[in-house]
Design a protein around this ligand. Structure first.
Ligand SMILES: C[S@@+](CC[C@H](N)C(=O)[O-])C[C@H]1O[C@@H](n2cnc3c(N)ncnc32)[C@H](O)[C@@H]1O
Length: 260
């Protein structure tokens, strides 16, 4: 398993494979060499924060809710959603590299889980898959890799009944409320279209989300400095719901983050 993890690298997310082994093994191994064309791949371990976040919205766990993960990378969040009791789960990513990792994890993690599917797919092609709606959708690390992020987010929102989780890089140095146009490369962690837009804060996301039928939002956090990104970029995470009621428990425990 260790050799396969190294072969399938680089990995972006730390996922437990067995009690003794996580995908971090590829990071720590001096023999793990990957083509330069892959570009830089940051490594993160967000399992605990994701689970904690979900339990702050759904204190009883996900209770069979269907979950969609857009640009799912190695599928990490869906494995963790399953551990919290999710029902049908679907993850897609435009790159075979990441879906190979997701399928490896699915084949080797214990206990095996049912009703979890991964596909290589461009976000813009998702409507042609004819998917049934989901209760919860994660839109993490994808908004700022799209030439038309409004249409991209609309595709996710149209498939979502209850809660959207949006995590995006932001652009510092401009008033909130703007989308800052830029170009990016096409390495493993990027988009494929080169043209991209960075929100200058949560405001453009709130306005777009309200227009898409998700008027209730909670800003989880917004940092103007991060260890992993260039100085001009920040990052934020926002929750959005169709109905205020979705945040009843969240608001009761996160007093300092009352409705925004
Ligand atoms: C910054 S990573 C974020 C990965 C993961 N969602 C997370 O939150 O850690 C960006 C991911 O988006 C994928 N991606 C980029 N453009 C895409 C597109 N048009 N459709 C689907 N996936 C895309 C990349 O292959 C990569 O896995």
């Amino acid at each position: 398993l260790r050799e396969q993890i190294i072969q399938l690298g680089p990995w972006h997310l730390e996922v437990k494979v067995t009690d003794a082994l996580t995908t971090r093994t590829a990071l720590d191994d001096p023999d793990a060499m990957y083509p330069e064309s892959y570009g830089p791949v940051t490594f993160r371990s967000p399992e605990e924060s994701f689970k904690h976040q979900m339990l702050r919205v759904f204190p009883e766990g996900l209770a069979g809710r269907a979950v969609l993960d857009c640009a799912c990378n190695c599928g990490a969040y869906l494995f963790w959603a399953k551990e919290l009791g999710a029902g049908r789960c679907f993850g897609f990513d435009i790159r075979q590299h990441w879906i190979d990792q997701a399928r490896f994890l699915q084949a080797h993690r214990l206990p095996p889980v049912e009703d979890l599917t991964f596909e290589v797919c461009d976000l813009y092609d998702v409507p042609s898959l004819g998917l049934e709606a989901f209760d919860i959708t994660r839109f993490g690390g994808i908004f700022y890799h799209l030439p038309d992020p409004v249409s991209g987010l609309k595709i996710a929102a149209d498939l979502t009944q209850e809660l959207l989780i949006i995590d995006t890089a932001t652009r510092n140095g401009f008033p909130d409320g703007l989308l800052y146009v830029c170009e990016e490369g096409t390495h493993l962690m990027s988009g494929v279209y080169r043209l991209a837009w960075l929100p200058t804060g949560p405001e453009p996301l709130r306005r777009i989300l309200a227009w898409l039928g998700f008027p209730h939002t909670r800003l989880e956090w917004w940092k103007t400095e991060t260890a992993e990104q260039p100085a001009e970029m920040g990052r934020l995470e926002l929750l959005a719901a169709k109905h205020e009621q979705a945040f009843a428990y969240y608001d009761s425990i996160v007093a300092s983050r009352a409705p925004q």
